[in-house]
Design a protein around this ligand. Structure first.
Ligand SMILES: CC(C)(COP(=O)(O)OP(=O)(O)OC[C@H]1O[C@@H](n2cnc3c(N)ncnc32)[C@H](O)[C@@H]1OP(=O)(O)O)[C@@H](O)C(=O)NCCC(=O)NCCS
Length: 194
């Protein structure tokens, strides 16, 4: 069922601006999603056609229009550079559940940006969507992503055996869950941007 429009928020953290995607993000998006190293644990292959970025931007708009979630572009406050994206998707108001996802381009790795962005998106989501549970999945080899989820308070709940074929390799996935009663927003959490 198609729900009501869910406006994608603009959020700011200490080092990042999280904002709706714009057409001007297409080139940076294509560069990131076309990079096989960035996508080495992703459940679909790297993009080869620049038009894929337009489809992605349309899918972001559709998600907002149908009210099923929000995907924000992450931009470094310091220099305005594109860092990646973070999403809250598959929002199900009946079950009060949603999924968390993120992808950062390689230059942004190792600075705590994924954790900082996801924490802001989770704060927004728990505050505004009456969520009870957020789920995330990672390839079991993706140690950095699993660590991000653990830092956010997610609990590793199980293994989906041979869940995906990633670049020809059959791979297992971990399922992580975070319940609202376990969620601990950081003291210096995100502020609504203006
Ligand atoms: C996974 C990803 C989101 C991590 O982003 P990031 O901004 O570097 O993450 P953070 O800096 O917030 O945290 C990463 C944590 O993993 C740890 N880590 C990174 N690589 C590691 C490794 N090979 N082994 C062990 N720990 C590792 C870091 O030390 C850090 O933990 P710490 O704060 O306790 O030191 C980013 O690499 C990415 O987008 N990769 C490509 C797309 C992807 O895989 N997305 C997730 C799909 S589920």
């Amino acid at each position: 069922m198609v729900g009501m429009v869910l406006p994608t928020p603009t959020l700011s953290t200490d080092r990042l601006l999280l904002r709706p995607f714009r057409d001007g993000d297409a080139a940076a998006l294509f560069a990131m999603h076309g990079n096989a190293h960035v996508l080495r644990y992703w459940d679909s292959p790297p993009w080869t056609e620049p038009s894929r970025a337009q489809r992605f931007l349309a899918a972001c708009r559709q998600m907002a229009d149908e009210g099923t979630g929000a995907r924000v572009a992450m931009e470094r406050v310091e220099d305005g550079s594109f860092v990646g994206w973070c999403s809250l998707s598959r929002w199900n108001p009946d079950h009060r559940t949603a999924s968390l996802g993120y992808c950062l381009d390689a230059p942004g790795w190792g600075h705590g940006y994924a954790t900082e962005a996801a924490r802001a998106v989770l704060s927004w989501a728990f505050d505004t969507l009456d969520l009870n549970r957020v789920q995330a999945e990672t390839d079991t080899r993706n140690v950095a992503s699993a660590r991000v989820l653990e830092k956010l308070g997610f609990v590793r709940e199980g293994t989906l055996r041979e869940d995906c074929v990633v670049n020809g390799d059959v791979s297992d996935s971990w399922v992580f869950g975070l319940l609202s009663r376990e969620w601990q927003p950081s003291v210096d959490g995100p502020r609504p941007a203006h």
